[in-house]
Design a protein around this ligand. Structure first.
Ligand SMILES: *Cc1c(COP(=O)(O)O)cnc(C)c1O
Length: 478
């Protein structure tokens, strides 16, 4: 793809004009003041490096890291699948670089894409309306909770102050519910790893605002009683929230909206192969049924009615909860999600979920660790038994693969929560199984010493995450 700057500028010159001319002749109404001495400097000490030194430095750093471009990454629940590079090309097109304050007339292509993505996601989830604004799955949860709150309040049901969450749920569900100001009621799972209907019936009441659930659940098991679950929650006057982290098990085959869910978020980095945020830009769009659409964050995008077919505008839903992020959300991430869905189409999406499910079941069959429950959807939870699951994970690094998620969900002791994703082929799944089995046969001392073959050995994970040192100067301190 070639970036033709001259062409781009010529085409858009007139679109920029109104913005620029408004500034013409304007005088600044604040006095100029000199910069404070302590904020200015005469010289800057920069490392004096040649291009080869710099190239080698960054290449070496990249090789010290493990990512989805290095090998399999079966981190259960997180869905760390390979992100096809064409979506990066699309997001890098010059037309994608738009200032969010530009006039609607000058960004019709941008609005059309946002509208198209709202529509794709609504159809995939069986929802009626979608907001693209939240910047992550967890932010989508919080947004969904605020929407539910606004809905209950508008119906004179503002007294509902409880959110029900199964004990297998992701930590963000509990956190989002608490951040929304709710009392969090944890529901124990049944012996089969699914929602216990009796426990749900006992917990659901006139205080219930929401029941948050993911389906298939975090054990990779489909909640077969989902229609009954929806009926219990709705009969109590509550709403049903779908945590979309596991949507890639259903993609193109079943829809949360058809199961009775009222609100959901989409983790586009799990289901639609956009990069995981890692603290950076992500997206967690929220979908709702018609009854809740008026409360979604602003702005959304719609077709301009009347004669102007094929033109788009932003609008604020009537009873919007406001904004949860700047502008339309993380636009370039949304471009990638759109590109991925558009390229795969209905058949491609259904094929992705089929392979995700097949791969999880194949791998679960191959490994020697005990795997309770099953058959599974897109992930399974094995038990490390007498071994410490965290040690198992460290040792797997020595076999050149990324380990699964460990110690969660807690209903399986020493859990190894494994999600191979649809992108891995049989050879890679066998390589993963070999790594599992090699570690399973090792003794405690080998596990305690791991990892031995990685650039960094056992690290203090909390400090590594909280006190990042990314600059060249950091090396000076040592
Ligand atoms: C990943 C995940 C979330 C949170 O999503 P983020 O996009 O990481 O904020 C919520 N629930 C489940 C089950 C998840 O796996």
């Amino acid at each position: 793809m070639k970036y033709d700057q001259a062409r781009w500028q010529r085409e858009d010159e007139d679109l920029y004009e109104p913005l620029l001319s408004e500034k013409d002749g304007e005088t600044v109404d604040v006095d100029e003041s000199p910069l404070p001495d302590d904020l200015t400097r005469d010289s800057l000490e920069l490392p004096d490096l040649s291009e080869p030194e710099l190239a080698r430095h960054y290449t070496r750093l990249s090789q010290m890291n493990y990512g989805v471009d290095s090998g399999p990454y079966p981190l259960g629940s997180c869905t760390m699948k390979y992100n096809p590079k064409f979506t990066e090309d699309v997001a890098a097109l010059p037309g994608a670089a738009v200032h969010p304050d530009r006039s609607e007339a000058s960004v019709q292509g941008t609005l059309e894409l946002l509208y198209g993505l709202q529509d794709y996601l609504a159809r995939i989830g069986g929802m009626d309306a979608v907001s693209l604004q939240p910047p992550a799955g967890a932010a989508g949860e919080f947004t969904g909770i605020l929407v539910a709150q606004a809905y209950h309040e508008a119906n004179g049901e503002g007294h509902r102050d409880e959110i029900l969450v199964p004990d297998s749920a992701h930590g963000t569900n509990f956190a989002s519910a608490a951040m929304g100001g709710y009392d969090v009621v944890e529901l124990p799972s049944g012996d089969d790893g699914r929602v216990d209907l009796d426990a749900l019936e006992a917990a659901a009441s006139e205080d219930t605002a929401l029941f948050m659930l993911t389906n298939p659940n975090t054990l990779g098991l489909f909640e077969r009683d989902i229609e009954e679950i929806a009926a219990i929650v709705h009969d109590a006057g509550g709403l049903l929230y779908y945590d979309g982290a596991n949507l890639n098990a259903l993609l193109g085959r079943a829809r949360p909206g058809d199961m009775g869910f009222d609100i959901m978020h989409y983790n586009v980095h799990k289901t639609f192969a956009t990069p995981h945020g890692g603290g950076g830009p992500g997206a967690g769009p929220v979908g709702v049924t018609d009854e809740l659409a008026a409360f979604l964050p602003a702005p959304r995008v719609r077709e301009t009615d009347e004669s102007a077919e094929g033109t788009y505008e932003r609008f604020d839903p009537e009873e919007t909860i406001g904004k949860v992020h700047g502008f339309a959300g993380n636009w370039l991430v949304l471009v990638k999600a759109y590109a991925y869905i558009a390229r795969l189409g209905d058949e491609g999406l259904a094929d992705a979920s089929a392979k995700a499910v097949l791969n999880a079941n194949y791998l679960a069959e191959q490994i020697s660790y005990e795997v309770p429950h099953g058959p599974f959807h897109h992930e399974f939870v094995a038990s490390a038994g007498d071994q410490d699951a965290a040690d198992v994970a460290k040792r797997m690094l020595d076999y050149g693969v990324h380990p699964p998620t460990t110690k969660w969900p807690e209903i399986v002791p020493e859990a190894l929560m494994t999600e191979p994703t649809e992108v891995e082929n049989r050879e890679t799944l066998d390589q993963l199984a070999e790594a599992f089995d090699a570690v399973a046969s090792e003794d405690e001392s080998a596990l305690a010493a791991a990892p031995e073959r990685t650039t960094a050995k056992r690290i203090d994970q909390a400090s590594a995450a909280r006190n990042l040192r990314l600059s060249w100067h950091a090396l000076d301190d040592e």
